[in-house]
Write a protein that binds this ligand. Structure first.
Ligand SMILES: [Zn+2]
Length: 237
């Protein structure tokens, strides 16, 4: 009798897991259309992600609660009280699972969008304009994706050029590089919610990616990373 109850409870939770993937699969068409239409920011995908989160994390977690209430009554009915303590944790495990799995989906969706934005920026960037001295046209030692304004003396003619990154290049940092860094450090980020050592690994990987891909701001990222890693939170028990 109790074996039958356990099986019903497991299969109920498995159906909720299947439902999660069904919802995301059916959203794939609209999601791809939205990403295809993106220009230089990821703002439009926030709405679709919020809607999907409600349909999955919120609604299916509530279903797990409902399912457990019913299961609990059935267990009490057959006087199998020892099952209560044994079976209830499956609800929390499911709810944690769906949160983590949705976070992966979110991170990947932002990264997919980021790659599309990068493609758009590359298609519109005038590499010559960014690289050449305004006076003599000599090449300047500026990375195409420099994110900060700088004054640079031209080695050929000596004139000082002020380099201002294109607004679209500036947008790359927030809408492209950071989402890609999050994708790169995704597993550490998720594990880091409940594990301090993993959270430290996340900061190292995330800022490491930024330092490597945005050499202009290496010192800034290094400082930010050190501040985070030295947070007293990490030495507390
Ligand atoms: Zn020059």
């Amino acid at each position: 009798m109790s074996q039958e109850l356990i099986e019903r409870w497991d299969s109920y939770l498995n159906k909720l897991r299947d439902r999660f993937y069904e919802v995301l699969d059916s959203a794939e068409g609209p999601m791809q259309e939205i990403i295809d239409g993106v220009q230089y920011d990821t703002i439009v995908i926030i709405n679709i992600l919020n809607g999907l989160k409600y349909q999955t994390v919120t609604q299916l977690s509530a279903k797990a609660d409902e399912g457990w209430s019913k299961m609990r009554l059935e267990i009490l009915k057959v006087n199998a009280n020892s099952l209560l303590k044994e079976q209830e944790p499956k609800r929390g495990i499911f709810q944690q699972w769906i949160q983590d799995e949705f976070e992966r989906y979110e991170i990947k969706s932002y990264a997919r969008t980021a790659r599309k934005i990068l493609e758009n920026v590359k298609a519109h960037i005038d590499e010559k304009k960014l690289h050449r001295c305004t006076q003599c046209g000599a090449e300047l030692p500026i990375n195409v994706y420099s994110f900060m304004a700088i004054n640079l003396k031209c080695e050929s003619c000596g004139s000082v050029n002020t380099y201002q990154p294109d607004d679209r290049v500036r947008a790359l940092e927030y809408y492209v590089i950071e989402p890609l860094a999050n994708e790169y450090a995704m597993e550490e980020k998720i594990k880091g919610k409940t594990d301090k050592a993993a959270m430290k690994e996340y900061y190292k990987k995330y800022y490491g990616y930024l330092m490597e891909n945005v050499p202009d701001k290496k010192e800034f990222y290094q400082r930010t990373m050190d501040e985070r890693l030295n947070n007293p939170f990490f030495s507390m028990y």
